[in-house]
Design a protein around this ligand. Structure first.
Ligand code: XIL
Length: 353
């Protein structure tokens, strides 16, 4: 039965009471004790519609991140206005269930509200960007301690290490918007972990190698510009069946660590569109690809955070963006549609404990 607003309120209040009584800690909830925190992306609508999801998150995860609720599309209906209701509810769920929360994302080229196209000049762009980062980070200070400051700054059709994706911000400010965003973020919440997040840097084909080289180049550029960058985020939306560049990825992570940066896996799932069934074979292929990427990323030591983009196959973006054509439901995540563990979950446990 769908959870009503009232049920959800009761769930939050009940948990808050337990929390205040000191009863609601990770192990008390039956959560595994992990060396590397594990978390999952969560959408408020799914949380409200299906009580099993909140229970599974509380029992399995140390952290959540909002699927869309902290993106510009959700937070910024009109210039100068902020719509925090949905993000606030997820932040409350995190607090009462003693979960950490990551913020995603302060700057992204995608899902921008139309009104941002009306930004007229550099001064206005800098004012709007500053207002956004300051207002959003200040609201969740203390709850969100790790932010994707810039998401996906490298273009898909990357030709060279200097390639950067065009955005509304680069149109007006040039590439200086990148260090600027980090500086505003650090000024607003000096205790927050500030992350540069990217995808398609995990594989060995020419495009992904070039993308990784451009990502590396951007990290150096940011550090040279004095940007307060603390961590790199590897999204790890794994393209099912595409070989992971184990050596290249391990060397990249080692170099980032050598620069003093943390390494997070931020959005792990497997795009299983083209992986052959049946389900059991699919689950093995998914787990072995996850094992490959996590082996490479942890070759020099444990990750600082590991998050999957969702927890159960029932609530994932993959069936919408990469549907299978053989009638078999997609199986991109650690738990199946009925919240049963799959081999993927064993791999998560192995690399976090
Ligand atoms: C996706 C969400 O899962 C979808 O619900 C939404 O419509 C589009 O964005 N990389 C990211 C995430 O950084 O924000 C994307 O999330 C998935 C790819």
């Amino acid at each position: 039965m769908p959870m009503t607003r009232r049920d959800f309120g009761i769930l939050l209040r009940g948990a808050a009471a337990l929390c205040a009584a000191g009863a609601l800690s990770g192990p008390a909830l039956g959560r595994p004790v992990r060396k590397t925190p594990y978390g999952a992306a969560l959408a408020l609508a799914d949380l409200k519609a299906d009580p099993r999801l909140g229970e599974a998150i509380a029992a399995t995860c140390d952290a959540i991140v909002a699927v869309t609720e902290m993106k510009w599309s959700d937070l910024r209906p009109r210039p100068g206005e902020f719509a925090f209701d949905k993000a606030d509810e997820l932040a409350a769920f995190a607090r009462v269930n003693n979960l950490a929360m990551r913020g995603h994302t302060l700057v992204w080229y995608a899902v921008m509200p139309d009104w941002t196209n009306q930004i007229a000049n550099a001064a206005e762009a800098e004012r709007v960007l500053t207002e956004h980062i300051e207002t959003v980070m200040a609201r969740y200070r203390g709850t969100v301690r790790s932010w994707d400051v810039v998401n996906e700054a490298i273009p898909d059709a990357v030709r060279g290490v200097g390639d950067r994706r065009p955005t509304i911000w680069s149109r007006h400010l040039g590439e200086r918007y990148l260090p600027l965003a980090f500086k505003i973020a650090a000024r607003t919440d000096p205790a927050a972990e500030l992350v540069l997040n990217e995808y398609d840097v995990e594989f060995g084909d020419t495009r992904c190698r070039t993308k990784r080289a451009a990502f590396r180049n951007l990290v150096h550029q940011l550090l040279d510009a004095g940007a307060p960058l603390h961590a790199v985020g590897l999204q790890c939306h794994l393209r099912g069946g595409m070989p992971v560049d184990r050596e290249g990825l391990a060397a990249f992570v080692a170099e980032m660590r050598g620069l003093g940066l943390k390494c997070l896996v931020t959005e792990l799932d497997v795009i299983d569109q083209k992986l052959p069934g049946p389900a059991a074979a699919l689950d093995q292929a998914v787990a072995s690809q996850v094992d490959a990427v996590l082996s490479a990323a942890t070759a020099g030591g444990p990750l600082d955070m590991l998050m999957t983009w969702g927890l159960s196959d029932r609530y994932s973006w993959i069936p919408y963006s990469y549907p299978r054509r053989d009638g078999l439901p997609n199986r991109p995540l650690p738990l199946d549609r009925d919240f049963r563990r799959k081999p993927f979950m064993d791999v998560i446990d192995q690399f976090t404990s």
